[in-house]
Design a binder for this molecule. Sequence first.
Ligand code: NDP
Length: 331
Amino acid sequence: MNQVIHLKNRPKGKPELEDFEFVEEKKPQAADGEMLLKTKYVSVDPYLRGRMRDEESYIPPFQLNEPLESGIIAEVVESKNPNFEKGDFVNGMLDWKEYQTATGNGLNKVDPDKASLSAYLGILGLTGLTAYISLEHIGKLQEGETLLVSGASGAVGSTVGQIGKIKGCRVVGIAGTDEKIKLMKEKFGFDHGINYKTIDDMNQAVAKACPDGVDVYFDNVGGEILDAAMQNINKDGRVINCGAISLYNMTETPKGPRYEGIMVKKTVRMQGFLVRDHVREFGPATQQLAQWLSADKLTYEETIVEGFKNIPQAFLDLFEGKNKGKMVVKV
Ligand code: NDP
């Protein structure tokens, strides 16, 4: 039998294990032109929370009592498609199933000899691409500038900070534990870290950590941390709205300070970013990331949870900050 994970309820507020359901189905068989895939690594990502709402967005919502999907690395265990062989590994958006069939459309082969399989879901996948492409398009980092990053010990944030160092910037990260601050300084080379859970005044903490102000703020979390970054933004500052995890589980539209005045006075550019809008740049961007990796200019951290049955819990743990670097489930 084949294990499948369905969305059982649309979560209200913070998602819970009860919102997911494990269902058994018959193991599928590949038809002509198809292959049978065995799931090896599953990416769990904060944006999946948005797909659990029944709302129109840039990506369709999950359907109740249907499988969830995310970035998955799978092994081809049987192939009736001439473009794929048994033993190949593929990467793409696939269902939360132990086994599934696929035609190969939208799937890319990945080479386990060039990088660990899980890295294709992180630094060499959408995580790395998000960090690199958004910094190129919106950040436009200049040597000597101050880059402030939130979610800084997470998958995207830790990559952003390291690219900031490659570009010769002063890099300050914000994260939720002292252990994460240590990691971002010692492993990722950040100049300074702020633990947002232990400081009283975020505005002051950012001002102290960024004595020359903030030239580029990379926002992974939104809310009060974004507000503090805006209070410290420099003339011609750039704000990259990549994510807003602090708001994802809110049930009402949050209210906060208004910063239109700051944006005019300081001629700030604030821009939302969606990595999926930049598919044409994926090739060269991946090459650049791979080159930095092999030159040891870039490194990465992963939190690898074992077991198909733990996929929902690993997803929930993102909202508790239990991951360092990319959260991945090994099946
Ligand atoms: P992370 O690896 O950063 O994991 C999530 C982290 O968010 C947690 O570890 C936790 O760290 C932090 N967090 C959780 N709740 C809160 C909160 N209430 N306030 C502040 N921080 C919180 O995830 P990713 O790197 O995969 O994603 C980072 C962001 O980028 C997300 O918002 C995601 O949606 C977005 N994203 C956007 C893309 C795009 O195309 N726009 C593409 C990919 C990701 P801590 O312990 O520090 O709190």
